[in-house]
Design a protein around this ligand. Structure first.
Ligand code: NAI
Ligand code: AKG
Length: 429
């Protein structure tokens, strides 16, 4: 892929714009991120040395409401990556009809190399750097790759210290004891599960006969693997950053998870109580996982996994994007030629930000919901927007990704138009 990740992402938008008669104002506003901040974060390391880390926060578009999006800690985080993630958040929030614009943040760091105390100083330092740029009515943070509830708790606490008042609504995905919502931890996976389980029967797939490969075994991919396994799907392959495991007869996902949680290693095991035994399997690379002969492929790790270099080798029958941006624009075209439907990130992984919205609402009202209430509201919204996108795709004979952007663009454009566009001023000076 040549060019930036953001310009590649914008090709997805242009494909949708071709199906809409949009005002020039809307097209122009969506070309560039609205605001971006880059901060150098000084962190006193445990050995007494000082290290400076680069942190970013980008707000792409906020006509529909405050910016919303996660914070990523990863050694490969760049300004371009954060911009494209903020771009996708803009359309994801609109797909789900949440009163938010899109934002994202990140720090270029390998968090696995830091002690817990260093991680806390880094997280608090990040908030010190971006405090004027965020807020419950301006830009609201959340977890993403290699960040979690503990880190969100530090961030909320640091922001509250700076403001000299408790400000729960500035961060979602917090620990429950600090105002987090029940159900946020599993929300991304549950939302994806709802879409997958709703869509697959439309293609004639039923759980016991359906094989699934999942790339990424973290908050999103790991919990989704378990939900699919418990519903009877045959999850035959999973992977983490070190590579994957493949067992054509199916993996016992709760055992694989238990083993990974205790040893950090990904192995095909069957556990009875605390005793785990290896079962037959093949060790595969992440690249091999993407080319397995499975019914369903779920990229749930990072961007740019399926590109023009490997898209032709994909054998899956249906793809659900749980990661943000795992398929490049060129690969999308190849998959479409092969007749492989792709259900896009801005729908499939939107359960996380949807429950983040529920958390923000609960923080602002001070009225906390039961887990069952959160799950039910999440499921209703996921099904409603999945059906809308399905119908747009059928009516216009366009791919599901394009349909999702068409759906989101309608809502964003309405908000932009409501503020007055050039057409309103025609003939007036
Ligand atoms: N956590 C959330 O609420 C949401 C996450 N997402 C997206 O889902 C994806 C995964 O995020 P989380 O599960 O939250 O992160 P996580 O930090 O919980 O897990 C990441 C997983 O990806 C694996 N991984 C890292 N590098 C890899 C590589 N090069 N190849 C294969 N696997 C690799 C890690 O080993 C780990 O299993 C990301 O694209 C994220 O933006 C999207 C919406 C919400
Ligand atoms: O929960 C949120 O606010 C956003 C999660 C996120 O970063 C994402 O959906 O990619």
């Amino acid at each position: 892929m040549s060019g930036s990740q953001l310009s590649d992402a914008q090709i997805q938008l242009q494909r949708a714009m071709a199906h809409l008669d949009l005002p020039t104002d809307t097209r122009e506003r969506l070309k560039y991120p609205k605001a971006a901040i880059r901060v150098a974060i000084p962190v006193r390391m445990d050995d007494g040395s000082l290290q400076i880390f680069q942190g970013y926060r980008v707000r792409y578009e906020d006509t529909r409401g405050p910016g919303k999006g996660g914070v990523r800690y990863h050694p490969h985080v760049t300004a371009d990556e954060v911009e494209s993630l903020a771009f996708w958040m803009t359309f994801k929030c609109a797909v789900m009809d949440l009163p938010f614009g899109g934002a994202k943040g990140g720090i270029t760091v390998n968090p696995k190399a830091l002690s817990v105390m260093e991680l806390e100083r880094l997280s608090r330092g990040y908030i010190d750097g971006i405090a004027d740029f965020i807020g419950p009515d301006m830009d609201i943070l959340a977890p993403d790759v290699y960040t979690n509830a503990m880190i969100m708790g530090w961030m909320m606490d640091q922001y509250s210290l700076i403001q000299r008042r408790i400000s729960r609504g500035v961060v979602t995905g917090k620990p429950i004891a600090m105002g987090g919502s029940l159900g946020r931890n599993s929300a991304t996976a549950k939302g994806a599960y709802t879409v997958i389980n709703n869509v697959l029967p439309r293609y004639g797939y039923q759980p016991p006969n359906t094989t699934v490969a999942i790339q990424g075994f973290g908050n999103a991919g790991g919990i989704l693997a378990e939900l699919l396994f418990r519903s009877g799907y045959r999850v035959v392959a999973v992977s983490d950053s070190q590579g994957g495991i493949y067992a054509p007869e199916g993996l016992d996902i709760p055992s694989v998870k238990q083993y990974k949680e205790t040893t950090r290693g990904l192995e095909a095991v069957y556990c009875a109580g605390s005793v785990c035994q290896r079962v037959d399997y093949q060790r595969i690379t992440n690249a091999e996982l993407l080319q397995l002969p499975v019914d369903v492929l779920v990229p749930a790790a990072l961007e740019k996994q399926i590109t023009q270099d490997n898209a032709a080798q994909v054998q899956a029958k249906v793809i659900f994007e749980v990661a943000n941006g795992p398929i490049t624009a060129a690969a999308d075209a190849i998959l479409a030629q092969k007749g492989i439907p792709v259900f896009p990130d801005i729908l499939v992984n939107a359960g996380g930000v949807t429950v983040s919205y529920f958390e923000w609402v609960q923080n602002r009202s001070g009225w906390y919901w039961s887990a069952a209430e959160v799950d039910q509201k999440l499921q209703e919204r996921m099904l409603r927007e999945t059906n809308e996108i399905w119908h747009i795709a059928q009516a216009k004979t366009i791919p599901f990704r394009t349909a999702a952007y068409v759906h989101a663009l309608g809502r964003i454009s309405d908000a932009i138009k409501a503020r007055g566009t050039r057409d309103d001023y025609q003939g007036q000076h």
